[in-house]
Design a protein around this ligand. Structure first.
Ligand SMILES: [Zn+2]
Length: 121
């Protein structure tokens, strides 16, 4: 269990009180009627699932019931900051995007196979 800082309540609360609601700063199309089905569907249903530092919309569901944003590292679950809706990410919002270390392919150990000369006979 870990604790999340609610910027509205201004205290850390247990994670079970919160729910993630998708990406933060998602821009709604200015004129939905002018959208093609494809672009409207893209806005409604398709989300990125990045690795690294990411801004997410959360709600303090069992607390103040207000929405806020979290900057979180999706690899380590580290929460870098929380901030209210309408605010911009603060000092760590421009944090470097974390990339996975280069993974080396698993190599099979070199096994020397001794072939018995002569075979059956
Ligand atoms: Zn709260």
């Amino acid at each position: 269990m870990f604790h999340i800082y609610c910027p509205w309540c201004q205290e850390h609360r247990e994670e079970e009180e919160f729910h993630a609601k998708g990406p933060a700063h998602l821009a709604r199309p200015a004129d939905p009627d002018a959208c093609s089905d494809e672009s409207w569907g893209e806005y409604l249903f398709f989300r990125d699932n990045p690795r690294g530092v990411y801004h997410e919309l959360w709600v303090h569901a069992v607390g103040c019931r207000k929405f806020f944003n979290i900057t979180r590292n999706t690899l380590t679950y580290e929460i870098l900051e929380t901030y209210k809706i309408g605010e911009q990410p603060g000092k760590r919002g421009d944090a470097e995007v974390v990339t996975l270390p280069v993974r080396h392919e698993a190599r099979e150990p070199e096994v020397s196979v001794k072939v018995q000369a002569g075979g059956a006979g």
